[in-house]
Design a protein around this ligand. Structure first.
Ligand code: NAD
Length: 515
């Protein structure tokens, strides 16, 4: 009997025993740094000469792991394995498929701190953020397992006197999973687990920034009993194998999460029918955000400042849901900025391996350079009121940065920065707050801080984002509670962790029998 879903609790690191466990896990993971990792094709481990070198972003000298790099030939072999595995995996009873996910969740739960330690090293996550990422991965496994058991019942359709009708869901065929690095465990876990539990073999190409933790997930699923060929691990250079994975005639779906530029490219390419292809590809593309918190004149201003600062600077703003625009009613504008600066001053920046670090390094040199450039743009477009410092001598550190007095059309109000930079702008009334909130091409998350019921109800209808929050920050969606996905150029609104998600990887079939 499967218990109802509840989300995985977060670890309380104020408790000494929890701190000690994570410290122990970090020590043990450090003894494993710099190892080589293989591709996994049809259950076989394949080591290549050419490697992706994953480094610790807080300490550039430290190599986390050397991960084998797939060529097109490897990808071709992985497709063959997936096509073959499809014929058996799709017929494995749903209950057995779901139990692979439940066993995987149990394995990760048991080794939670070890996985957090890998994330701290591989993705530069501070302790609480790493713990949240692992908890979310567990949630995806538990939630999608349960969802698939439910969908296996099919849906009710009517029968007639001499006719029996059955409406049910079937797997689609092999597909490709292309995740980002910023939720290097949770998103990989969710985007892989969903199509697999639906009966589809997968080729996983992890982000080149965080391939080690992705390999750890592959190991877990294997230990949980996933048959060979169902999950093929093909890390590599996206310029070399990205198009090949997307274009392949045997790709039935592409489950992508990442930037707008990559998502749009995939979406366009997937529409082209290749020689020998007998189906239309489905594309799930969850892309960037330019997320806004609006604050009206009735708001609790302490709550407003807390919500803005933590949504903007948690994990150094490297969340698609991070607040990068704060639009404030003119009556409370100065006060909200003052309070936000006061809170930002208390945030600690440092090596995520250490306890009590609020913000760590950003993921790599390219992101560091990009964010630094946006800080320079911000200085021209608005007034720097806090932060702006950067330091890449040891790791890629960017300090929390606040700008004010931005024109809503300014570049730092429109373009995704993906770093710890938040821009404030002023509005004269609630109508203008909403107009500015909606004036980007993105539509992922947003929040309204207000005690005015009419304003909240207007926002419910007219604030065009996939995930809207009232009187809290705009990050930290929980699987099964706040299914996640955005509108407009934020993507296909797949609502990861929600009741409709698995249907992206299923085909509905009706069998009608006369008797
Ligand atoms: P990215 O687009 O650079 O890379 C994402 C993935 O695409 C990686 O695995 C990468 O190797 C792969 N890729 C790159 N070029 C490719 C190509 N031509 N063909 C196939 N695959 C290719 O994004 P990123 O820097 O890894 O992640 C950050 C972005 O992800 C941000 O824009 C963020 O907002 C977004 N994001 C969105 C969500 C969401 O749910 N909407 C969640 C997390 C992150």
């Amino acid at each position: 009997m499967v218990q109802p879903f509840t989300h995985e609790p977060f670890t309380n690191f104020k408790k000494e025993e929890n701190r000690k466990e994570l410290e122990g896990a970090l020590r043990s993971v450090r003894t494993e740094l710099g190892k080589d990792y293989p591709l996994v094709i049809n259950g076989e481990k394949v080591y290549t000469e050419d490697k992706l070198v994953s480094i610790n972003s807080a300490n550039k000298e430290e190599v986390v792991g050397n991960v084998s790099k797939a060529t097109k030939d490897h990808v071709e072999q992985a497709f063959q394995a997936a096509v073959e595995a499809y014929e058996t995996w799709r017929k494995v009873p749903v209950e057995d498929r779901a139990h692979v996910l439940f066993r995987a969740a149990a394995i990760v739960r048991r080794r939670k701190h070890e996985f957090s330690a890998w994330l701290i090293q591989d993705a530069g996550k501070p302790w609480d953020q790493a713990d949240g990422d692992i908890a979310e991965g567990i949630d995806f496994l538990e939630y999608y397992g349960r969802q698939m058991l439910e969908l296996d019942q099919g849906k009710h359709v009517e029968d007639r006197m001499t006719e029996n009708n059955k409406y049910f869901y079937k797997a689609m065929g092999p597909g490709v999973v292309i995740p980002p690095w910023n939720f290097a465990f949770a998103i990989v876990c969710g985007t892989v687990a969903a199509p697999i539990v639906a009966g589809n073999p997968v080729l996983l190409k992890p982000s080149e920034n965080t391939p080690v933790i992705a390999y750890k997930l592959v190991e877990v699923l294997e230990e949980a009993g996933l048959p060979k060929g169902v999950l093929n691990f093909v890390p590599g250079d996206p310029k070399e194998i990205g198009d090949y994975l997307v274009d392949h005639k045997d790709t039935h779906f592409i489950n992508f999460t990442g930037s707008r530029a990559t998502g749009v490219r995939i979406f366009e390419r997937a529409a082209k029918i290749q020689e020998g292809q007998q189906h239309l590809k489905r594309v799930v593309a969850e892309m960037g955000g330019k997320d806004t918190i609006i604050v009206d004149e009735t708001a609790d201003l302490d709550l407003a400042a807390e919500s803005i600062v933590h949504s903007a600077f948690g994990f150094s703003g490297q969340k698609c849901s991070a607040c990068s625009r704060a639009i404030i009613h003119e009556d409370v504008y100065d006060e909200v900025i003052r309070k936000s600066v006061e809170i930002a001053k208390t945030l600690t920046v440092g090596n995520p391996s250490e306890e009590n670090v609020y913000m760590a390094s950003v993921i790599n040199q390219a992101q560091f350079d990009k964010i630094k450039n946006y800080i320079e743009i911000g200085k021209e477009e608005g007034e720097l009121v806090f932060g702006g410092e950067t330091d890449d001598s040891k790791g890629f550190f960017i300090y929390p940065t606040i700008f004010k007095d931005l024109n809503p059309k300014a570049r730092i109000m429109q373009e995704e920065i993906f770093g710890p930079v938040v821009a404030f702008a002023k509005a004269k009334d609630f109508d203008e707050l909403l107009v500015i909130a909606n004036n980007t091409e993105y539509g992922l998350t947003g929040a309204v801080i207000s005690t005015n019921r009419n304003h909240l109800e207007r926002a419910r209808e007219d604030f065009h984002v996939g995930n809207l929050y009232f009187n809290r920050g705009c990050t930290a969606a929980i699987v099964g509670y706040q299914p996640f996905g955005g509108f407009k150029m934020s993507g296909t609104d797949s609502k990861a962790g929600g009741p409709d998600y698995l249907q992206h990887f299923l085909e509905a079939k009706i069998v009608s029998e006369q008797f």
